[in-house]
Design a protein around this ligand. Structure first.
Ligand SMILES: [Zn+2]
Length: 188
C-alpha cells in the first residue's frame, strides 16, 4: 500500500478510536510537536546534511528530520477534534532542545504531562500515534517510569522504519509495557 494511503488510514483510525474512547468515558490527552522553524532536529538547519542523517548533540545521536510541526502552522495541528480534550490537555513538546518523549526533553526538562495525568487521577495510559520507534517509545517508557500502567496499541501507531519499529516494540515489551495489536477494551 502506498505510504500516503497508509497514513490516511492510520489518521482516520486514530480519530475514530479517540472518539470511541471519549464516548466510553476515557479522558483524552495529547502531545503536540511544536518546533521552532530553526529547530536543531531539522536537517535544513545544518549545512550539507540530508534528511535522516545523524549528528551528535551533547554526545547523543540526533536524527535529522524533515521540517515538521512548525509552531503555528497547519502542519502542527493536533489530528483529533480538539473538543475531545479537557482543558489544558494538549502538552506541547520539542520546542528546544529536542524531545521525543511527551514527559521530558533531551535536556531533562520535564513537561506538565505527568502532573496533568496525576491531577486527573489517571493510573493507566493507552498510547498511540507516531512514530512508534521515536516519540511513542520514549513517551511510553517515561510513562512507565512515572508509575503508570502503560498499553501501546500497535495498529494505531506507525514507525519510521520497520527494523527500528520491531526493536522498539520489543524494548517496550521487555520493560513491562503491554503491546496490543489492536485496541481491545476487554483486555485493558
Ligand atoms: Zn518533531
Amino acid at each position: 500500500m502506498q505510504f500516503q494511503v497508509q497514513i490516511k488510514l492510520l489518521f482516520n483510525n486514530v480519530i475514530k478510536t479517540t472518539d470511541t474512547l471519549k464516548k466510553k468515558g476515557y479522558s483524552i490527552f495529547a502531545t503536540q510537536d511544536w518546533h521552532p522553524l530553526n529547530h536543531v532536529s531539522f536537517y535544513t538547519n545544518h549545512k550539507e546534511k540530508k534528511a535522516f542523517e545523524t549528528i551528535k548533540i551533547n554526545q547523543k545521536t540526533q536524527v535529522l528530520w524533515p521540517p515538521h510541526c512548525v509552531q503555528g502552522t497547519e502542519n502542527a495541528k493536533v489530528l483529533v477534534d480538539n473538543n475531545l480534550f479537557s482543558a489544558s490537555c494538549i502538552v506541547r513538546k520539542g520546542q528546544n532542545p529536542n524531545s521525543y518523549s511527551g514527559f521530558k526533553d533531551d535536556g531533562g526538562q520535564t513537561t506538565d504531562l505527568a502532573q496533568i495525568l496525576e491531577k486527573n487521577g489517571i493510573k493507566k495510559v493507552i498510547i498511540y500515534g507516531i512514530a512508534t520507534d521515536y516519540c511513542v517509545k520514549a513517551t511510553a517508557i517515561d510513562a512507565l517510569s512515572a508509575g503508570f500502567k502503560v498499553i501501546v496499541i500497535e495498529s494505531l501507531c506507525k514507525g519510521v522504519s520497520s527494523d527500528t519499529t520491531a526493536k522498539a516494540l520489543l524494548e517496550m515489551k521487555e520493560k513491562g509495557i503491554t503491546i496490543l495489536k489492536n485496541l481491545d477494551l476487554e483486555k485493558i
